[in-house]
Design a protein around this ligand. Sequence first.
Ligand code: BES
Ligand code: ZN
Ligand code: ZN
Length: 500
Amino acid sequence: MIFNIKKFDIEKEHIDCIVTGIFSLKNLSNSATMIDNLSNGYIKKILSYGEMQGKIKQSLILYNIPNIISKKFLLIGCGKKNKINDDQYQEIICTIVKNLNKMSMKKVVVYLNELNVEKRDLYWKIRQFIEIFYEKTYIFSLNKNKQKTFNNTYEIIIHLEQESDFSIGKIAIKHALAIASSINIAKNISNLPSNICNAEYISHKAKEMENIYNNIHTYNIYEKDMKLLGMNAYLAVGSGSENQSIMSIIQYNNSKKSIKNPIILIGKGLTFDSGGLSIKPAESMSHMKYDMCGAAAVYGIINMIATLELPLYVIGVLACCENMIGKGSMRPGDIITTMSGKTVEVLNTDAEGRLVLCDVLTYVQKFNPEIVIDIATLTGACSVALGTEISGLFSNSTYLINELYKASKYTLDYVWHLPIFKKYKKQLNSKFADINNIGGRMGGAITAACFLESFVKKYQWAHLDVAGTATNEEKKVEATGRPIPLISQFLLNRVKSLLK
Ligand code: BES
Ligand code: ZN
Ligand code: ZN
């Protein structure tokens, strides 16, 4: 799919399909008015038959409108003129994508900027348009002999009236494509089964990045290295698996001001979480290949940054391993000395994500980070609390909370700030060790965050629990690529002034 910007002349130019809006009560958009005038009232006449009132989700395909050179027209219901909100705009784009997917053509023009979305500008509208387009046309069929593909061979021209808008339009397309294609790459890794996508597979993918992009250096920390580092909690999680635990470090440095303190993104990369000896019931285990979505998201974010060559210093840590039952498995009751020196009593081997992350939070201190953000499918409790639309946000920094909220509201990749509540820390008191790895049944997302926080050093830290949002029930469980939009926007906002 190619996206372009142009001032299209309905009167003189031919194109395979024109996409134009009809507002509520059959109000025509500017382009629809123009078509109506050229065709001596054809559009209004068609609308008078009552098939379409201009409501959201409505659409109508017309052919051969008199006096117009182009032959196909897609009328899209856009609701109340000048009163389109974010959700309605998303619906409108979905309706466009669904219809275009059914039609055959090579070139389409869309009159996107005629839609006035409340409080949103052209850049935002184009970003959303392209990102939704990618989202709705994504198909995962890498493991099928017969690959399914979407009819995406056409070019989409976004009509812009003012030439002064072209440069911002082009930047929006560039950013949207980098984000949307990085989401697809992350989804492709996440959707792979655990027998293919193990820590070694991901480590190769991470290494591959060095050859694809400038400014990237990747190295892998293997089990023997972790032993030397004392990452015993991380090692304990992978100890029941035939597959080696590997932590892949992707360093991206293109900071113009030679920044010394990086932003670190840590992704939980459990390529399978059986629960270990505290084994999960079959029903809850069935989708646990997705327990590496945090790592895949970090991979995707680095891909986005490197594609756009953003002037940043970012280190991605893909914390990969597999939680299995084997002769070396950790047992409930085991006490492990973590890399920090703190001892942990493992009361439940299924609370393994925090065991991996606690050592990584200690490890990354050596980079003197300014910011550390971890992304993890950490607790079922978080999805119970916030559902599948909202990720849990925990942080020790008001700056990060504010900035992540800002990015969330912009991208509609929703987060909700939950507390690292001091009183609940008591639940982690252990009889035999410094801390234990589970709280009670209640407030499980919070006690998990409390556990992580006790390993956080002197840096601004945010923890995103994406257990509910990293996969999508609607598509019979598939990866969503979240929170790539959120973190991409957070990073774009940080370099905004430098990009202009
Ligand atoms: N990977 C799971 C969390 C999860 C659950 C992610 C559902 C996605 C969907 C995590 O390792 C886990 O098993 N957490 C336990 C923690 C409990 C033992 C304290 C949970 O949520 O039940
Ligand atoms: Zn688990
Ligand atoms: Zn897990």
